[in-house]
Design a protein around this ligand. Structure first.
Ligand code: SAM
Length: 241
């Protein structure tokens, strides 16, 4: 009888902990940016890394390999969004802001895109799949583990010919790219900048600069932090020359 009570309380305790982890805490933090990031990006990630002896990017790659069709970028995006909404949050631009990203890429129809921060290649796949033929995307990532996963995600989407993934820090590479592009520098009249996470975690200095500079026409697209209800948005800025 005693054992039965212990067993019942262990099972009950485990169920309660699971409910807290799976539903109660995520629901409680989903309107608060700081708490949401601490919960998803620190506590849950470390806990799952320890329990599964794998990393979040590795788990994202596994979800892609299991659920997405090779050579089909949209199925890769869908598999990552499904994983991150239902299993484990991750810092991709996500489905909601991703639609804004898609519409900006389609409107601008760029010949060259420079992306700063690849992570697992989610936004890279979104952007590259919308580029016109012969256009190319250079994406920079300074974390070699993320870059290794992103290469596989991009290859799974069949986009490796359109994407050049450069491993390194933007502060090191941007001056080198400027040299490579010569006097034209990186921006020319009409170039479009699109910045993510300008509200959460936030980029107040960037927003102040870009909105007050007479050299840019800037517009804010209100949305939500990926896979949550916390306000976040994208800032689109056109370089006026
Ligand atoms: C928010 S994540 C990018 C998400 C990605 N764009 C997406 O939507 O799928 C930011 C990434 O930028 C990388 N990063 C941060 N600072 C960087 C820098 N100075 N140079 C290159 N990569 C950087 C981080 O390692 C991280 O992978």
């Amino acid at each position: 009888m005693m054992w039965l009570i212990v067993l019942y309380s262990c099972t009950g305790g485990a169920a309660l902990l699971y409910a807290l982890y799976r539903w109660v805490i995520p629901a409680a933090v989903q309107y608060h940016g700081g708490l949401a990031l601490i919960w998803h990006d620190v506590i849950v990630e470390r806990m799952l890394d320890t329990l599964t002896q794998s990393t979040r990017p590795q788990r994202i790659l596994a979800a892609v390999q299991k659920n997405a069709t090779r050579g089909d970028p949209r199925s890769v995006v869908k598999a990552i969004d499904h994983f991150c909404r239902n299993k484990e949050w991750a810092m991709n631009v996500g489905d909601e802001k991703g639609c804004i990203l898609d519409s900006v890429v389609s409107e601008v129809n760029p010949a060259t895109v420079l992306e700063l921060g690849t992570y697992c290649g989610y936004s890279t796949v979104r952007i590259a799949s919308l580029l016109p033929p012969n256009a190319k995307l250079i994406t920079l990532e300074f974390n070699p583990d993320f870059a290794a996963i992103a290469r596989q995600v991009i290859a799974w989407a069949g986009l490796e010919d359109k994407v050049q993934l450069v491993e390194g820090a933007s502060g090191d590479w941007i001056p080198k790219m400027k040299e490579q592009f010569g006097e034209c520098s990186l921006l020319r009249k009409g170039s479009v900048l699109l910045a993510d996470n300008v509200i959460c975690p936030g980029a107040p200095e960037y927003l102040e600069f870009i909105r007050s500079s007479p050299r840019y026409k800037s517009q804010y697209f209100k949305s939500h932090l990926e896979y949550t209800k916390v306000e976040d948005g994208l800032e689109k800025s056109v370089f006026l020359g």
